[in-house]
Ligand binder design. Sequence first.
Ligand code: PMP
Length: 457
Amino acid sequence: MACNMGARDIETLVHPFTNLSKHRQTGPMILDHGKGIYLFDDAGKKYIDGLAGLWCTSLGFGNEELIEASTAQMRKLPFASMFTGKSHELAIELAEKLKEIAPGPASKVLFSSGGSDANDMQVKLTWYYNNARGLPKKKKIISRMRAYHGITVASGSLTGLPPVHADFDLPIGNVAHTSCPDFYRGAAPGETEEEFSARMARELDELIQREGPDTVACFIAEPIMGAGGVVIPPASYFPKIHDVLAAYDVRIVSDEVICGFGRTGNWFGSQSLGMKPSSISVAKAITSGYFPLGAITIEEPLYQAMIKESEKIGVFAHGFTYTGHPVGCAIALKTIEIYQRDRIVERVRKLAPLFAERVKRLGEHELVGNTRSLGLIGGVELVADRNAKRLFTPNKGVGMYCIGECQRLGLITRAIGDTIAICPPLIINEAEINELFDTLDAAIRSTEDWVTKNKHR
Ligand code: PMP
């Protein structure tokens, strides 16, 4: 059965972010069901879900309240269009809830189906805004190298990862990338965090000057870069970046697609990292991954400009069939209700010291160059030489080998280059955190043996 399923997969599917030719040889991992923080494959093998699905299933699997909210809404109203002024109570309620909890000046909410299209809307609305304001030259969006903001034509352009651009003819125009605030990799010898942050801010300022200040419209950033390798900037980074941006009349977008809804020990990552956004993009944990839904908040001046522009054109000509999907809204409302009722933010803060201690302890391995964590997100960077911070050459596949070992030992997570990302469901408890890190520790030890045996250093 499993073998048959593998062959059928290879014959029918294209997998995202997968080496397609290798996949034809190795075949898929078939997941069958989940319970709490655990996943089970089609052979019944049990795994800890160390990446919360794909940074999203914060409430774990088999949450009966979410299933109930979903089925009840399916029966009542499984679809409702928001086009041409139609609405429904759950979209209104969810927008009210997001306005209540969102950081920054949220005046309105616009729904999407996920994170990429949320960020796509950020680009489009920034352009719309500046056309309405009579500033047609002010269109450039500044993102950062190694950022991940999605894969559509616009959001993929904001993403700062070369494989997302190569051969897709991205990035589009009007997008520029400034430096990545990776202190471990990017700091000059002897440079303090403060000096590093000041240099990052200076480099942003220089980029804006080169591009032309009156052409720069928006700055977008993840509070913690997730898919770029779990990069946690120094505490002084965002305040210094803000000092630069303040001079240029730009929108500041916090991409909260991974960091939102408690992950970092605050409701939103921007609150943990000292980022002061004009607007946020959310997705993933808004429904605990149980339904594809995203949203952006819109600040009042932008909304006023949208009214003005749509008067001129006759209509605000943007929207998806699934904008404000009632089943997604029902699940999101129940998810946020559970986060609030079960004090998920406090829970993350309570668990964070143990999580941080276990991440840090992995740094005792010769193979580990750097460890980092905040709240319940962490990264463990594997290196060939700790003293020189020297990376393995990519063809050694050390990160991938380690992930394979994790899987063999019963842990699913992800390697970004040779950085192992850890982002478990927020419902994880102390014993399960220890189980996760004991497994990862064993996988790193076994990877170390493999590296030595194969002389990969
Ligand atoms: N922004 C961030 C920070 C993300 O991590 C992701 C997805 N990993 C996206 C945007 C894109 O979201 P989606 O895959 O739902 O389009």
